[in-house]
Ligand binder design. Structure first.
Ligand code: HEM
Length: 124
């Protein structure tokens, strides 16, 4: 495994652990969610995750955009971000936010499946 792939996988783990933990805080209406570092650290983690993804994908140049499993990853990443925003930001009812939180984690599992199998079909 190359160093950049190791960094990518480490930040994959940090990202999903942080997202899971923030969901638990959201369900408990924890005041911790308002802490500055709880809001900023996930942005830093996700930025590094995305940068490592771009560096990894750049090994194929612009052709990367035509590779089906990378297209599936990018599309699913957008879904993960949208569901994540609904889950973490106040505004929606608790049940909608919990549904979005669970949906985001399912989407994340799909992205990991695509990353490992290099196939857009689930665990194919
Ligand atoms: C939440 C977002 C993401 C997750 C959970 C994720 C997960 C992973 C995992 C687990 C691997 C290691 C697979 C393996 O070799 O066993 C991987 C590799 C990789 N990922 Fe991601 N990834 C994400 C986002 C992205 C994005 C947005 C891109 C590019 C557009 C990307 C591009 C790559 C590439 C090119 C590899 C290396 C494939 C190889 O050469 O074997 N990833 N990803």
């Amino acid at each position: 495994m190359t160093l950049i792939k190791i960094i990518h996988v480490i930040f994959v783990l940090l990202s999903i652990s942080g997202f899971f933990a923030r969901g638990v805080l959201m369900i408990r209406d924890s005041a911790l969610l308002q802490q500055r570092w709880v809001k900023t650290v996930p942005h830093a983690v996700d930025t590094i995750l995305l940068l490592s993804a771009i560096i990894l994908a750049s090994q194929w140049g612009f052709a990367a955009l035509g590779i089906p499993w990378l297209q599936a990853k990018i599309g699913a990443l957008l879904v993960y971000i949208l569901l994540g925003v609904v889950a973490i930001r106040p505004g929606q009812s608790k049940s909608v936010r919990i549904g979005a939180w669970l949906g985001a984690m399912l989407t994340f599992a799909y992205i990991v499946s695509v990353a490992i199998t290099k196939n857009p079909l689930v665990f194919a």
